[in-house]
Design a protein around this ligand. Structure first.
Ligand code: ZN
Ligand code: ZN
Length: 348
């Protein structure tokens, strides 16, 4: 049996090739992929050949935001059925290292995360028509759920984890800096958690319009109306919680200025070094916390999409057939028009 795969050889060198697919072994299933979302990391691999110290050192099949339909079961798999739609969890902690033993699965020392060039050999990803994976990685969703929406379980899980890192959100005033897919799904997570108000900033009106559709109380284009943030800086700040999703120095600075004393900033966006006004962090007793991937939140994300409790549809801005992957990556890199770009595979 053969499958098409979307393999990156290096910067801007993306090839659609065919590869053999093994039969699913014991505990495994064969999934016919329906859709795969292009993530920032996929984009960095494509545009720059990697990010920071993580480089593409051998051909890698990209993709970790995938969903599809079960097409064959390996021996002993009773939890899933052929024909069932599933979101595929790309995170595979070893479950035996010291962090896994403590339940800190996202910090696994031997993490195998689909489509990641962190380890060598690289962990191959899910942008392919057929993939064999462990049954335990599959979260069933109903037949009514669109594959591209189910594939959003991964970025939504990231944001549900970020919301857990934020502490109490109910009744709180929340600021989200950056309205890309992660900022928008943090908005959805904060709404679900009962935030009293959610203000969203970005440099693009198009993405801010989507934030409004998804229930933002207020949106601010910090490029065209920078003064709109000023009132939130008065009297030592206004917001209880900030989700900093842009990883841009001015946004982090604004977050620190706009958060109340003892407020919490959850740093979701990733980048290299940024200057930080330490005196403000100290003087306002700000909690500055990180958030990394997810674990149990993946199953929850799939359930929330399945039930319609969180509607991820507005986040999906474009869909492209796998054969047009180059164009899909080009559009995904254009923030003025793209939010989440979804690739469509054979079983869609
Ligand atoms: Zn992702
Ligand atoms: Zn581990």
């Amino acid at each position: 049996m053969e499958t098409r795969v979307c393999r990156l050889y290096g910067q801007h060198d993306l090839r659609i090739e065919t590869a053999d697919v093994p039969q699913p072994g014991p505990g495994e299933v064969l999934v016919a992929i329906g859709a795969g979302g292009i993530c920032g990391s996929d984009l960095h691999y494509f545009q720059d050949g990697g990010f920071g110290p993580i480089r593409v050192r051998e051909p890698i099949i990209l993709g970790h935001e995938i969903a599809g339909t079960i097409s064959a079961l390996g021996e002993g798999v009773t939890s899933l059925k052929v024909g069932q739609k599933v979101a595929v969890n790309p995170s595979r902690p070893c479950r035996t290292c010291k962090y896994c033993t403590e339940g800190l699965f996202a910090h696994c020392l031997a993490m195998r995360f689909m489509g990641s060039a962190l380890r060598f050999p690289h962990e191959q990803g899910g942008f392919r028509d057929l993939v064999v994976t462990d049954a335990i990685q599959c979260e069933p969703v109903g037949a009514h759920v669109d594959h591209a929406e189910a594939a959003c379980a991964e970025p939504l899980a990231v944001c549900l984890h970020a919301a857990n890192q934020a502490g109490q959100l109910e009744g709180r005033h929340v600021l989200i800096t950056g309205a890309g897919p992660i900022g928008l799904l943090c908005l959805a997570a904060a709404r679900r958690a009962g935030a009293a108000s959610i203000t969203v900033t970005d440099l693009q009106d198009a993405t801010l319009a989507v934030a409004t559709r998804m229930g933002a109380s207020q949106t601010i284009n910090v490029m065209t109306q920078p003064e709109a943030l000023e009132p939130f800086k008065a009297d030592k700040g206004h917001f209880n919680v900030v989700f900093e999703c842009s990883a841009a120095a001015p946004a982090l600075r604004a977050a620190i200025e706009c958060v109340r004393p003892r407020g919490r900033i959850v740093q979701v966006g990733v980048t290299g070094d940024l200057p930080i006004p330490v005196n403000l962090i100290v003087g306002k007793e700000i909690e500055f916390v990180g958030t990394h991937r997810f674990h149990e939140e993946y199953a929850l994300a799939a359930r929330l999409i399945d039930s319609g409790e969180i509607d991820v549809k507005p986040v999906i801005s474009h869909r492209f057939a796998l054969d047009d992957a180059e164009e899909a990556f080009r559009i995904a890199g254009d923030r003025s028009q793209a939010i989440k770009v979804s690739l469509t595979f054979a079983s869609a």
